[in-house]
Design a protein. Structure first.
Length: 313
């Protein structure tokens, strides 16, 4: 009974939007509800699964049920097996659609969902928020079950936000058979879409798509996309890409640079690639010597460190 009382008190506190003194808060992080949700995320023992189930059967309040699903979702992350998410699936499929929509987002916290059936149906929803949650959840289901639907969505979707969720789900389930269907989306005018496609093509079958990485390194107007293309070439490239990469890295160090850089910059990927496949190429040797001398100040500190480490080998 003590544990049941605790869960009942916890879900009550999860709904409180004020501080402990009933005063309005400047930041949601100072509210009783926020702190209670953080507390709920720390429940890790399997016995809580059945205690939450008992409390569920004693309440019909939608907000309370939403909090109970939240607790189950985090128990699903912490415990072995699928008992917590099995409870969620059981009750989710037995409640009215309107209540389902309020609980749907809690499945996005679950690492693996053994039954994709309700979410395959909801991926057709007209309401975008429902559709997006459903697609995101498909990325936590069995690849063999959801793969066909994800490829269908990828083939027919024209909506940028939908595509982002679809691509993210495909990436999460490692759906390699989707690779050919990614290629048309490299024409998207959205940088995040092109970047996701390049990253997945590199992961799924990088050697096969080298010509695509070359094209985007040479022609794409986005410096972010050039970074992703250079990374892919650094991982899969051959001597055939040396001339292109050398041209690009020369352009990068031709002038002082400013602004925030990736932890591993495009230049670092380029230098690593050239060192890997063309360390004896006279043009590469000459350029590296130039970088070490006249262009050295145009490198960031972490780039200088990498260059020194590679050339010391």
């Amino acid at each position: 009974m003590e544990h049941i009382d605790y869960i009942q008190d916890l879900i009550y506190r999860m709904s409180v939007t004020t501080d402990e003194h009933g005063q309005a808060v400047r930041s949601s992080g100072d509210s009783v509800g926020w702190k209670a949700r953080k507390e709920a995320q720390q429940l890790k023992e399997e016995h809580w699964i059945d205690i939450v189930d008992t409390v569920w059967t004693q309440t019909t309040h939608v907000d309370d049920r939403k909090h109970l699903f939240f607790i189950w979702s985090h128990l699903a992350r912490h415990t072995q097996g699928t008992r917590a998410v099995d409870k969620m699936l059981l009750y989710f499929q037995s409640i009215p659609p309107r209540e389902q929509m309020m609980l749907l987002h809690t499945f996005t916290y679950v690492p693996f969902i053994p039954d994709a059936t309700p979410f395959l149906s909801l991926s057709y929803a007209k309401k975008s928020s429902v559709r997006h949650h459903a697609i995101e959840i498909l990325g936590r289901c069995d690849r063999e079950v959801v793969g066909e639907r994800l490829i269908e969505l990828l083939s027919i979707s024209k909506n940028h936000v939908d595509l982002f969720y679809i691509l993210s789900a495909i990436q999460k389930v490692n759906l390699q058979m989707a690779a050919p269907y990614l290629v048309p989306h490299l024409r998207s005018n959205k940088v995040d879409i092109r970047a996701l496609c390049i990253d997945m093509l590199s992961t799924f079958d990088g050697n096969h798509y080298l010509s695509i990485f070359e094209h985007h390194l040479a022609k794409d107007l986005s410096s972010s996309i050039k970074w992703h293309a250079m990374k892919a070439i650094a991982e899969h490239g051959t001597p055939s890409q040396v001339k292109l990469v050398l041209k690009r890295v020369k352009s990068i160090v031709s002038r002082p640079r400013a602004g925030r850089q990736h932890l591993i910059s495009e230049l670092m990927y380029g230098i690593s690639f050239l060192h890997r496949v063309a360390s004896d190429d006279p043009a590469v040797v000459k350029w590296l010597q130039e970088v070490r001398t006249t262009k050295y100040d145009n490198l960031f500190e972490h780039e200088q460190k990498l260059l020194s480490e590679l050339l010391a080998e």
